[in-house]
Design a protein around this ligand. Structure first.
Ligand code: PLP
Length: 390
């Protein structure tokens, strides 16, 4: 077999999300698109802000000399400058452009960071459930993922994390607002974690994975992790907040409080290069540098969250309302999440089993579908539950 055995086994275990997405294509061909309610993929429903497209067009027209060429691997200085200024304002820390690396989305940032910090056998703690690709990113560099369960309400169990910290622990990945659960970690929990990390036998870096920080509900506040946790690296992107997931633009920022932060930033620029990214897409770096204040109409997600959660509750589901991000992660009415998702599929609904995120007995619904899909899908959710109850 020409494909490496590890990759074959990873593909086997890989994303149920993609599998459901492909199932959706098959079902649409069979039943007609209007009869399929596909809640599987987190592809943002909102188009990029008009100002972003205007800036993109203007930059293409301007076609400034050098704007399509190589630049420092970390990215154009103006893009890193814009990001650093923002981070100074929001965290109160002395971020400079040299602490920032423009990346191919959040995934590019996480891979550059993990490659720079992991020796084979080093451990990375991940609260569960989690975004499934973390496991692959960690194993890309010979790291070992150490899963730690969160509480029933998905809040962080700092005691359980502390119990897993050992001499090989290099990092903890935190993601708030969280995919899939939608929780936001409160300041008090982060302070508790900072106190634990201060006692760790060797420095433990927190990789704060932040692609959803601007998508919050009911006016919730998402604490700036870097202003609470000293040894912090931020990974984020414009994928979700500007609907630019396909353009692959994000950044990695290393807190100035990390020991040898600038050397680490240089190491990440190097790892980004040798992973084959070389640099983040040039034109999109320039767009984010010129239009930092743009935003999409994120209020639509609030409306969809309410419609979905209210409808599911009326139908008899137990719903844990997300505080942020754009997913609803709820208990399946039977413990076997695969079986329940199969039953929903019979009614034309596609959901992702919670097992794909490391929590059995749950399923994830993505709120990136149109509002009308939510409304039309609710009878199918109700029918599935009714049939189950006989
Ligand atoms: C928690 C989390 N981290 C990282 C990513 C990757 O984001 P990007 O597409 O910007 O690489 C995603 C994408 O869904 C995500 O949900």
């Amino acid at each position: 077999m020409i494909i490496a055995s590890e990759v074959r086994s990873q593909i086997e275990r890989s994303s149920l999300i993609r599998k459901m997405f492909e199932e959706g294509i098959r079902m649409r061909a069979e039943r007609g698109a209007e009869n399929v309610f596909d809640f599987s993929l987190g592809n943002p429903s909102e188009d990029p802000p008009a100002g972003v497209i205007r800036t993109f067009r203007a930059l293409a027209e301007r076609n400034a000399p050098g704007s399509h060429g190589y630049m420092p691997n970390a990215g154009f200085p103006e893009a890193r400058g814009t990001v650093a200024r923002r981070l100074r304002e929001t965290t109160g820390l002395e971020f400079t452009p040299d602490h920032v690396l423009m990346t191919a989305g959040c995934a590019g940032a996480m891979n550059a960071a993990l490659k720079a910090i992991l020796n084979p056998g080093d451990e990375v703690i991940v609260p569960m459930p989690c975004f499934p690709d973390y496991a692959f990113y960690i194993s890309n560099y010979g790291g070992v993922m150490v899963p730690v369960e969160t509480r029933e309400d998905f809040s962080l169990d700092v005691g359980a994390i502390a119990a897993k910290i050992g001499p090989r622990t290099r990092a903890i990945i935190l993601n708030s607002p969280h995919n899939p659960s939608g929780v936001i970690y409160p300041e008090a929990t982060l302070r508790e974690l900072e106190a634990v990390l201060a006692k760790a036998p060797a420095p433990v870096l927190v990789l704060s994975d932040e692609p959803y920080t601007s998508i919050v509900y009911d006016g919730a506040h998402c604490p700036q992790l870097a202003s609470i946790i000293s040894n912090c690296m931020i990974t984020t992107s414009w994928s979700k907040k500007w609907g630019l997931a396909g353009e692959r633009i994000g950044y990695l920022a290393i807190s100035p409080l990390v020991p040898d932060a600038l050397a680490l930033a240089q190491a990440c620029a190097f790892t980004g290069r040798i992973l084959g990214f070389i640099n983040a897409p040039a034109i999109w770096q320039l767009v984010v540098a010129e239009a930092p204040d743009e935003s999409t109409n994120l209020a639509v997600y609030q409306e969809k969250r309410d419609l979905m959660c209210d409808g599911l509750e009326r139908a008899g589901y137990e719903v844990h309302r997300p505080q942020g991000a754009f997913y609803v992660f709820l208990k399946t009415p039977i413990p076997d999440d695969f079986e329940f998702v199969r039953r929903l599929q019979e009614e034309g609904v596609l959901a992702v089993p919670g097992s794909g995120f490391g929590r059995k007995g749950y399923m994830r619904l993505s709120l990136t579908v149109p509002r009308d899909t939510i409304i039309r899908s609710l009878p199918a959710f109700a029918r599935t539950l009714d049939k189950l109850r006989g």
